[in-house]
Design a protein around this ligand. Structure first.
Ligand SMILES: [Zn+2]
Length: 119
């Protein structure tokens, strides 16, 4: 269910990132983001729960955030992986355990609401 309803594209910064459920992933990984190709690949056979899938998608989206925001130039290498992993794990838990909060965020930043916010 979770993979079937996964969006085929996610906008991150200036990139429209294609999301593919396949096995075009480097060995020992369960998902991957390619900055050069603006793609996220998710290996469906490597995930056993919805939380695992959501966590992997959030993880790869955070890699895309790291790249498109240019943070990767400040902090290349191991720190990116540690930072992304920590943030993905934390956000997955916050989203899972606080559905009212997630609904509030989604409602508050809907495009129609954002366009009304002119200060
Ligand atoms: Zn990673």
């Amino acid at each position: 269910m979770t993979l079937e309803s996964l969006p085929s594209q996610i906008v991150v910064g200036y990139q429209t990132v294609g999301v593919y459920v396949d096995e075009m992933i480097p060995a020992s990984n369960v998902a991957a983001y390619s900055a050069a190709h603006s793609r996220i690949h998710i290996d469906s056979s490597a995930h056993h729960t919805n939380e695992d899938i959501v966590n992997s998608v959030i993880h790869e989206v955070l890699h895309a955030c790291f790249y498109t925001s240019n943070l990767s130039r400040l902090d290349p290498g191991e720190h990116e992986e540690m930072t992304v992993t920590m943030l993905a794990n934390s956000l997955t838990q916050v989203f899972r355990d606080n559905p009212d909060f997630l609904d509030w965020v989604r409602f508050s930043i809907e495009k129609t609401n954002c366009s009304q916010k002119q200060n």
